[in-house]
Design a protein around this ligand. Sequence first.
Ligand SMILES: NC(=O)c1ccc[n+]([C@@H]2O[C@H](COP(=O)([O-])OP(=O)(O)OC[C@H]3O[C@@H](n4cnc5c(N)ncnc54)[C@H](OP(=O)(O)O)[C@@H]3O)[C@@H](O)[C@H]2O)c1
Length: 345
Amino acid sequence: MSQPHVAIVGATGAVGIEMLRCLERRNFPVGKLTLLASARSAGKKLTFRGEEHTIQELTPDSFAGVNIALFSAGGGISRDFAPHAVQAGAVVVDNSSAFRMDDTVPLVVPEINAADAKNHRGIIANPNCSTAIALMALYPLHQAFGVKRVFASTYQAVSGTGAQAIEELAAQSRAWASEARAWDDAKLSTPPQVYPHQIAFNALPHVDSFMDSGYTKEEMKMENEGRKIMHHPAFKASVTCVRVPVFRSHSIAISAEFEKPITAARSPLISPAATTVPLAASGKIVPWTTGSPSGWSVTSSSKAPPSTRSRSPSCWCKWENGSPRMARMRLIFADIEGILDSPKR
Ligand SMILES: NC(=O)c1ccc[n+]([C@@H]2O[C@H](COP(=O)([O-])OP(=O)(O)OC[C@H]3O[C@@H](n4cnc5c(N)ncnc54)[C@H](OP(=O)(O)O)[C@@H]3O)[C@@H](O)[C@H]2O)c1
């Protein structure tokens, strides 16, 4: 199929808009484009390659002639409407968590398990954002050394919650500035709408709902989805997810333990033989969230002795697959003795 008919469900959302830009940037050979959202957005217009496209209300009949349907309007919408798209003959790529752990649905990071996508029955799931970007760096190390478990902390941008959350951070920041408050009086009187607490100048260790175990659902995704994507049922991940007042770009710090001793010299992340992770020239390149060049970059200052715990290389990436607005990652492998005995796992 050289010129597929592509539909975006949730085209007006924070993710949907980035999907559109991504199709443009990558020169994806879109034959026809259908933009779908709620009744609230029907009739509004979005521009794609210089042409205006009118947004239509999503209905069960929206998918006639569609070849590829990109879903990003929440799990409920995916559960209700993806079957209609499949019925109409489309292949659905779903950005929500609705089908990720369904045994009949491949959960794919193309650089890791692209072959799984071939076994789809109409729906292919896209992983959780933090999971996908963490695995992109972890998987080459796993192939070389066999990852046993990781301890990770995320610093998740408000873009991950959607367009309203981005606006909430902007509005709260504006309110604080306009009230000319002192730096140590950052608490606002305006009630939060999207988050349970003020997000501006705050860090909320609460992403998604809590489970009986004390973890949140978001925190379990790296283990559950990581096992499926890496075909590694014994993989363990103890993750603390924190929402931070950053507009876009998640960061993650990971400590990882491996079966085999690893050395910086043998690490695929910092080896010149790396195929998926080109080396940065050298020097003290560190990741940051508000500006960065594109492509993978890796730095290492390590002359580490052999260890089964990863040590010292840090890398960041700009990543366009899956969830493009979660575009950058910082991965720090630090050899922190004792952390592996954390009571969380
Ligand atoms: N896999 C990942 O890495 C990742 C990352 C972030 C988000 N996500 C998932 O992506 C999805 C969208 O996130 P977002 O941040 O883009 O959210 P968002 O900014 O709030 O956008 C939501 C989109 O869904 C549409 N929508 C809402 N209700 C609808 C309905 N009844 N019928 C049709 N369309 C409807 C909205 O249309 P209107 O504008 O008309 O309301 C809008 O286009 C969520 O499932 C989220 O969990 C996945």
